[in-house]
Ligand binder design. Structure first.
Ligand code: ADP
Length: 392
């Protein structure tokens, strides 16, 4: 035997001369390990394959009852797991390559091989077929595992969302009672309290209001995953301009400058989510300003292959590198309530919204030098009407 495992080969060949040549080649190469069966036509070849116990097919494409690619397709369909090595009479590369593309393991040009080459080609084809099948099995298992894990995660997420929704909801009623009664004490019983008592009651009212805001934000966050999102082309310019209008009083009060790129693109998104995203980002850009100068905010964009990356840049206090990830988590704040009031949920909502729209959000920032938030979404096909221009 020429080494390795025994091979049961089916030679599909109608030319007796070629059959004899093959037998001689295998004998010369010590083909004792190769048991060669012969079929002269397609029909008996298919029968032999259906009966099983064939490791490999050596296939001449031109037979009395079939020709060319049809012969290969019939054999491959009849026994898809049996490797096929195509034998061609001429060096017809185009045809042979086509069979490889359709699933043949190899092709050999008849006159140009010897027994050793033939046996090696058969062993290689059998091994490769086995390796491919093992890989396919592994891939299928992996896909199944990913599918199961995803379903588990989705179920866990749904549970968590339902839980935080109902908890936040249920917390509001007793909280309202605490706040309302504290308010009544502050207003109607102020005279019977000394200054320290009034201070305590005021603190209860303030803490109650703050907790109410926290719960409302948490509800908004947990609602995000519960609503169905339909992506559609959204003109970013309209979204940003309307967010800016809603912040107009603050912009004026802070004497802030806000520059909006005139040719913001159309993106694949959800208008309600996008409007919330830009309102939050612009609001933060105004809030986290330097003490000694008015905020300067710019909204721009650039294109990267099929993605539109919008930017919201400020010249505010900036964020240290170690916090660039943390700020997107729920309740993560870098400042005290007195200096910069907030609940620490805004950016978590922004990030979640962007991800629900299939996009990405990140920040580049340095303390004292301002921050730029990047929001990458798929560009929507088409252009805005009246849009003069090119990209930045
Ligand atoms: P909030 O503003 O309610 O605290 P956010 O989730 O919007 O919550 O932001 C989280 C934290 O990220 C903020 O507390 C702030 O420390 C930081 N941050 C957000 N935006 C900016 C910005 N433009 N410049 C500097 N820091 C920012």
């Amino acid at each position: 035997m020429a080494g390795g495992f025994p091979i049961r080969a089916l030679l599909v060949e109608d030319n007796p001369g070629d059959v004899r040549l093959m037998r001689e080649m295998l004998a010369d190469a010590d083909g004792g390990g190769c048991e060669l069966r012969v079929a002269e036509r397609l029909a008996p070849a298919l029968q032999a394959l259906a009966a099983g116990s064939i490791d490999i097919v050596l296939l001449d494409l031109n037979l009395p009852d079939s020709g060319g690619l049809e012969t290969f397709a019939a054999v491959h369909d009849g026994a898809p797991r049996t490797p096929v090595v195509v034998l061609t009479a001429l060096a017809d590369d185009a045809l042979a390559l086509e069979t490889v593309r359709l699933g043949a393991q190899d092709y050999l040009v008849k006159g140009s091989i010897d027994g050793q080459v033939l046996i090696r080609a058969m062993r290689y084809a059998i091994e490769r077929q086995r390796a491919e099948e093992a890989l396919q099995r592994l891939n299928a298992e992996l896909e199944e595992r990913v599918r199961r894990r995803t379903a588990e995660l989705e179920a866990a997420n749904r549970d968590l969302e339902a839980f935080s929704f109902s908890v936040s909801h249920d917390l509001r009623a007793p909280l309202r009672a605490i706040s309302n009664f504290a308010q009544i004490i502050a207003e109607d019983y102020a005279a019977s309290l000394d200054e320290r008592g009034r201070h305590y009651v005021d603190n209860i009212v303030l803490a109650g209001n703050r907790m109410d805001q926290l719960i409302r934000d948490l509800l908004a966050y947990s609602r995000l995953g519960r609503s169905a999102i339909k992506l559609a082309p959204v003109p970013l310019r309209e979204v940003v301009e309307s967010a800016a209008r809603s912040l107009e009083p603050r912009i004026r009060e802070l004497a802030a400058s806000l520059e909006i790129h005139p040719d913001l693109p159309l993106v694949e998104g959800d208008p309600t989510l996008l409007s919330q995203v830009f309102t939050n980002l612009l609001d933060n850009a105004l809030t986290y300003r330097q003490a000694d100068k008015p905020p300067a905010v710019a909204v721009g964009w650039r294109r990267e292959s099929d993605h539109c990356i919008a930017t919201v840049a400020d010249k505010g206090i900036g964020i240290a590198a170690e916090h660039h990830e943390r700020i997107f988590e729920v309740f993560q704040r870098l400042h005290s309530q007195d200096r910069y009031p907030g609940t620490g949920i805004g950016l978590a909502i922004v990030k979640r919204s962007v991800e629900l729209m299939g996009g990405r959000l990140w920040v580049e920032s340095e303390p004292g030098r301002g921050s730029t938030f990047f929001l990458s979404l798929k560009c929507a096909p088409g252009r805005l009407t009246g849009n003069s221009g090119g990209e930045p």
